[in-house]
Design a protein around this ligand. Structure first.
Ligand SMILES: [Zn+2]
Length: 139
């Protein structure tokens, strides 16, 4: 990603308008079409849940259930994943200019939730000088 890219909130909402679009994006990033069990690492016998449980997967090897959030900074968060994308982009691009109050207003969560999200995002940031890298999936 180029430095100082101005990304508008409207642009973000166009690309990631809902929870499902956010989930599908992170699934591509994490698995790239080959879903791997977050518990045992098996990549066969994975069954996708349907309907309201879409986004959850069941592993035939260890019988555990997981989602793209398992073992990531998004685990145990009720915030939809598209809002996480918005929060990540805003936090990375605005850095310290972005208060939790402003973030809360931008993505529609409470200030307390926004503060927690920012703390998790900053923990995942790898400071590589000019390049900012996010290590979202190795926790
Ligand atoms: Zn498994």
């Amino acid at each position: 990603m180029e430095e100082n890219v101005q990304i508008s909130t409207k642009h973000l909402f166009d690309h990631f308008p809902n929870a499902e679009s956010g989930r599908l994006y992170f699934e591509r990033q994490r698995w790239n079409g080959r879903i791997v069990c977050a518990h045992c690492g098996a990549d066969d016998k994975i069954t996708a849940r349907k309907g309201k449980r879409a986004g959850y997967y069941c592993c035939g090897s260890c019988k555990e259930e997981f989602s793209v959030r398992t073992n990531t900074i998004f685990e145990r968060s009720h915030v939809p994943l598209h809002k996480w994308i918005h929060a990540i982009v805003l936090t990375v691009s605005m850095h310290h200019e972005l208060s939790s109050t402003l973030l809360a207003a931008q993505i529609g969560v409470t200030q307390k939730t926004a503060w927690k999200m920012q703390a998790r995002i900053r923990d995942a940031l790898i400071d590589g000088g000019d390049d900012v890298e996010l290590d979202l999936f190795s926790q």
